[in-house]
Design a protein around this ligand. Structure first.
Ligand SMILES: NC(=O)C1=CN([C@@H]2O[C@H](COP(=O)(O)OP(=O)(O)OC[C@H]3O[C@@H](n4cnc5c(N)ncnc54)[C@H](O)[C@@H]3O)[C@@H](O)[C@H]2O)C=CC1
Ligand SMILES: O=C(O)C(=O)COP(=O)(O)O
Length: 394
């Protein structure tokens, strides 16, 4: 079987796709006929997914561009590439902190307005540069909201650069907690970040809680002269609040990865065009990770790095594996077992894991008779609690 992968958009790293191998064809069919999409931040919220679509690989971290609940209910597994671009974002954030502290944007603008001979410019520079004297990050306090793949790296490197680091993350993953330097102080109140930090950076997904987190309520708690960064998601920022707190002298510099006309032509604001994850290394990492997850899912039914289904890893030693995406309701597993038994088939292995409203079931069968497998598949397809059925032959 050849699996049809459709890349969406033009910024998928081509080298990363070589992971897929011979059993995969890239961009040979229309979106309608593809088994899987591989994408970056393109918005899928208005998409109508075809019944042929089994999976979406997001070659990046954030997946708010994908209607995940709709995908779950259509039996589409969504994968992302956790950590694949974290170093890229971390480097840009550290650069932007220093960029802001040293007034490089207004300084560069002022310099480009100095005309004449090099000697004349030199004279103007030595006279005028004191207006752009900045401050150093060493010894200052950075407050980090979200200590995941990116936030934990920012925390550790900021500490190495001599900063005092405080972090807020009520949902921190155990693996990340282990990776973070013991010098990083965890705070349990978001207000501690806004009250204590000289630099504030956010590295969370866009959620109900984080939407508008950079807004007047939290900004009112900030110290004067703070540098604020948003390289997470646009909707975290209330733009009018940023302008208000720049104008009243609280925010010295605001750096964001998300463009808005409101932010152009402002000396205290530096905007990058969503470049956080845009390095050669990150693009390759993320495409490789997403491609590998798609390959594993399509070929073996195993799920790793999915955002809407649990991790399920199980070696296939039987002639057939049936994978089911089913509603996470009582008795489904018993019904599945009953349908298998009606066909007089023996179950070699069954794994069923739920996540929210849906669950994933791997059913390995001690049966080589294709007709019996087909009959069972028909039964599963007719079951109202089962939304997706696939057969994988060893
Ligand atoms: N500008 C860019 O190009 C990029 C932006 N991003 C954005 O950054 C976000 C974070 O990326 P990663 O660190 O890789 O994700 P991650 O999933 O490793 O970490 C996110 C962290 O945020 C924490 N969190 C969730 N809700 C929170 C809340 N209300 N308050 C405090 N912490 C909270 C989680 O517990 C987790 O530790 C992504 O979701 C994406 O939106 C990610 C990569 C590139
Ligand atoms: O990984 C993320 O969440 C990002 O925002 C990066 O998006 P991109 O892959 O550069 O379109």
């Amino acid at each position: 079987m050849v699996y049809q992968i459709k890349t969406i958009g033009n910024n998928i790293d081509q080298k990363g796709l070589s992971e897929l191998g011979d059993q995969f064809a890239i961009d040979q069919v229309t979106e309608e006929k593809a088994h899987a999409f591989l994408c970056r931040a393109q918005n899928f919220h208005t998409y109508k997914f075809s019944e042929n679509l089994l999976a979406i690989g997001r070659a990046g971290a954030g997946f708010n561009n994908i209607p995940v609940e709709q995908c779950s209910s259509q039996g589409i597994v969504v994968f992302n590439a956790p950590g694949g671009n974290a170093n890229a974002v971390k480097e840009l954030v550290l650069a932007m902190m220093i960029f802001g502290s040293r007034n490089l944007k207004p300084a560069n603008k002022w310099l480009s307005e100095q005309l004449g001979s090099d000697q004349a410019i030199d004279l103007a520079v030595e006279k005028g540069k004191k207006a752009f004297s900045g401050s150093e990050i060493a010894g200052k306090t950075i407050g980090i909201i979200g200590l995941g793949n990116i936030g934990s790296r920012v925390a550790n490197d900021a500490e190495k650069l001599g900063m005092k680091v405080i972090g807020y993350d009520p949902y921190i993953a155990v693996e990340r907690a282990w990776e973070i330097s013991s010098h990083v102080k965890r705070v349990t109140q978001l207000s501690d970040i806004f009250e204590q930090a000289d630099y504030i950076t956010i590295h969370t997904p866009l959620t109900k809680e984080t939407r508008g987190m950079y807004g007047a309520e939290n900004f009112a708690k900030m110290k004067k002269g703070v540098v604020v960064l948003n390289f997470a998601r646009d909707e975290i920022t209330d733009k009018d609040a940023v302008l208000e707190y720049i104008n009243n002298g609280t925010i010295q510099h605001f750096a964001t990865d998300f463009g808005s006309e409101k932010f152009y032509h402002q000396d205290a604001i530096f905007v990058t065009p969503h470049l956080g994850g845009s390095t050669a290394e990150a693009s390759l990492n993320c495409t490789r990770m997403a491609a590998n997850s798609l390959k594993r899912y399509l070929m073996t039914g195993e799920i790793i790095n999915s955002v809407n289904f649990p991790r399920v890893v199980q070696e296939l030693n039987s002639p057939y594996r049936i994978t089911l995406i089913n509603k996470n309701v009582p008795n489904v597993v018993a019904n599945i077992a009953a349908l298998v038994s009606e066909q007089s088939i023996n179950i070699a292995n069954i794994v069923n894991r739920g996540q929210g409203e849906f669950a994933y079931t791997l059913l390995d069968l001690d049966e080589s008779n294709a007709d019996k497998i087909d009959a069972l598949v028909d039964q599963f397809k007719a079951n109202e609690n089962i939304v997706r059925v696939r057969v994988i032959q060893r």
